[in-house]
Ligand binder design. Structure first.
Ligand code: NAD
Length: 259
């Protein structure tokens, strides 16, 4: 039997954080593949020309229970169902020594990245259980399994997302709901461009540490998300697919040496 992996016509897709970066590119890609798409974001200002400039944006903070429930209820009404949810809303860390961190800022990062992913997934699954199926894709990071100094909120929030992805996949598999994640390395989005501008990351060093020797593009993450959402991934659940130019594969000391 041939399954057309790229045909999402008739499917309803919600992308949180869909007003910028990976979320915006993912929303646009799903639209191009025929899906009905809604985006949810805390920010109505569209800087990236993504899907949020259309009439399909739901404003809300994914870390607030009432907002998360409103996002899902509104998307379900707008799209007449929810087949796919992409949890792309997220914020970066402040990059500070652990001993100097404010617990309020620390908590906010955990709340948006981890609690938000849980709240949106929990509410969406109530609808998906009724319709006996669905697919949820979370956004982890290479900074989940890997330790980075001075990122004591972001890394743990992403490690928690990897664990949550497994937990929910096991709990909801028999209801026909698949739960997976992608784990990007550094991707050229407004989030990372901001870090570059503030001199918080050194792109040249990152490229030298990456087997493919470059940063990734948001469309490369979007394609992996679409694959996980598609029927070609019908027997895949609980997985985190790293989209990282080989970052996780590399275990050597210092730069990747090529010959
Ligand atoms: N860019 C990277 O290199 C990279 C690497 C690994 C993981 N990620 C993850 O990918 C996801 C998307 O990142 P991006 O680079 O596209 O960032 P981005 O800043 O370009 O986009 C994030 C979007 O999330 C929205 N958002 C933030 N807080 C929110 C909240 N409380 N409720 C609703 N929306 C909220 C923002 O307004 C923004 O539109 C994040 O979870 C990020 O941690 C990014």
């Amino acid at each position: 039997m041939t399954i057309n992996y790229t045909d999402f016509s008739g499917k309803s897709v919600l992308v949180t954080g869909g007003n910028s970066g990976i979320g915006a590119v993912t929303a646009t890609l799903f639209e191009e593949l025929g899906a009905k798409v809604a985006v949810a974001d805390i920010n109505t200002h569209n800087e990236s020309g993504g899907a949020g400039d259309k009439n399909n944006i739901i404003v809300g903070d994914v870390s607030k229970e009432s907002d998360a429930e409103n996002i899902i209820d509104s998307a379900n009404e707008m799209l007449s169902g929810i087949d796919v949810v992409v949890n792309s809303a997220g914020i970066v860390d402040e990059i500070k020594p652990a001993v100097e961190r404010s617990i309020e800022v620390w908590q906010r990062i955990i709340d948006v990245n981890f609690r938000g992913t849980f709240l949106i997934s929990r509410t969406a699954a109530r609808y998906m259980m009724e319709q006996r199926g669905g697919s949820i894709i979370n956004i982890a990071s290479v900074n989940g399994p890997g330790g980075w100094p001075r990122r004591t909120a972001y890394g743990p929030s992403k490690a928690s997302i990897i664990a949550l992805t497994k937990e929910l996949a096991c709990e909801w598999g028999s209801a026909g709901i698949r739960v997976n994640a992608v784990g990007p390395a550094y991707i050229t989005t407004p989030m990372v461009e901001g870090l570059i501008k503030e001199d918080k990351i050194d792109v040249e060093r990152l490229c030298k540490r990456t087997p493919l020797n470059r940063l990734g593009g948001p469309e490369e993450v979007a394609r992996a998300i679409v694959f996980l959402a598609s029927d070609w991934a019908s027997y895949i659940t609980g997985e985190t697919l790293f989209v990282d130019g080989g970052w996780m594969a590399y275990g050597g000391a210092g730069d990747v040496k090529t010959f």
